[in-house]
Design a protein around this ligand. Structure first.
Ligand code: FMN
Length: 211
């Protein structure tokens, strides 16, 4: 069992990273593999809606971490997305990264996300975490990913790297989320082993509201 964790901060070892590490310790104790992927500091282009991913089975832009992330997600059982709050939302890089990762992952037909537990973590100095969590959770809820929750909403507070360690309640909540995620991963594994099959997917119906 493996949890893929996206560190969406420009700081490779900042507060978002420390928040993910707090969860990683819980996974380790539960013998669940995990890997933190850093979004990096190079510009991440957003989806240009070219439709090329349907043909290529991956995003047409191969010069950042998106395709690698989708491949890792195919091989993982759960996802944690951590982002700092930038202007009361997820960072631009995270938004672009996830937009392409989810769209190209879906269009590839390789099914990287369906029914894999997921959660978002928002890191801020002071405000904007609720909107940020709502934003990230929307990627999960359009991909049939069950959202794992804790005892509070998944926000932790700090400004300069390291300050988040002082948010004792926030960090405790993240440990709860990680424990709950580990529990659900074990249930899913047991279900697979005992013949509880995922629902059969229907052919997708697409409608719009032009008429
Ligand atoms: C461009 C920018 C915008 C920010 N906007 C907000 C904000 O809207 N609300 C807030 O509480 N903190 C905001 N912050 C502060 C960061 O969210 C905070 O310092 C966080 O701990 C950074 O996490 P990191 O160390 O993982 O990058 C902003 C920081 C930057 C650089």
């Amino acid at each position: 069992m493996k949890v893929l964790m996206l560190n969406g901060s420009p700081h490779e070892h900042g507060n978002t990273y420390l928040a993910l590490c707090e969860m990683q310790k819980v996974f380790e104790d539960d013998n669940i593999e995990s890997e933190i992927v850093h979004v990096g500091v190079k510009p991440v282009v957003s989806c240009i809606s070219c439709g090329g991913c349907e043909k290529l089975k991956k995003c047409v832009f191969d010069d950042d971490g998106v395709n690698n992330f989708v491949q890792k997600m195919i091989e993982s059982d759960a996802l944690v997305v951590g982002t700092p709050v930038h202007y009361a939302g997820a960072t631009g890089a995270v938004t672009s990264f996830l937009g392409r990762a989810f769209y190209s992952g879906w269009r590839s037909g390789k099914n990287p996300y369906t029914l894999k537990p997921a959660c978002a973590v928002a890191v801020a100095r002071r405000a904007g975490t609720s909107a940020t969590l709502d934003q990230i959770n929307k990627f999960f809820t359009i991909a049939q990913m069950p959202i794992i929750s804790g005892r509070y909403w998944n926000n932790v507070y700090g400004q300069t790297p390291g300050q988040v360690n002082n948010d004792l309640e926030g960090m405790q909540n993240l440990r709860y989320v990680a424990k709950n995620m580990a529990y659900f991963l074990k249930l899913i594994k047991l279900g697979k082993e005992t013949g509880v099959n995922p629902p059969i997917q229907e052919d997708a119906v697409f409608t719009n509201f032009v008429r």
